[in-house]
Unconditional design. Structure first.
Length: 105
């Protein structure tokens, strides 16, 4: 059980880190695009280089997150493969609860 909570905590940390990185990337890209409206020539080339660099950082961040979440995905697949009926029961129970909550509105 301790392993499960550790994997969940690691997964949450990774997710928060990736979303934070992507949010920062989007904000920086918006700033760069706003400042690019009046640029031509060498300034425009520099800006394109900066945007390209930021996009590469985003791709690296996503790849890194994918690699860090691989153990969580593998553990989930192993659990589901080893306990198919429990997985079906949990999913059905979750669906029932959600259906009841939505049906009350």
């Amino acid at each position: 059980m301790a392993r499960k909570s550790t994997l969940q905590t690691n997964g949450e940390q990774i997710k928060d880190q990736v979303f934070s990185d992507l949010r920062a990337l989007i904000e920086e890209s918006e700033k760069l695009l706003k400042s690019s409206a009046t640029l031509v020539g060498e300034d425009a080339e520099n800006l394109r280089g900066q945007i390209s660099q930021k996009l590469q950082q985003a791709l690296d961040s996503v790849a890194s997150a994918r690699e860090r979440t691989r153990p969580v995905v593998d553990a989930t697949e192993t659990y589901i493969g080893g306990h198919p009926w429990q997985t079906v029961a949990i999913s059905a129970g979750f669906g029932l609860v959600v259906g009841l909550l939505l049906g009350r509105r």
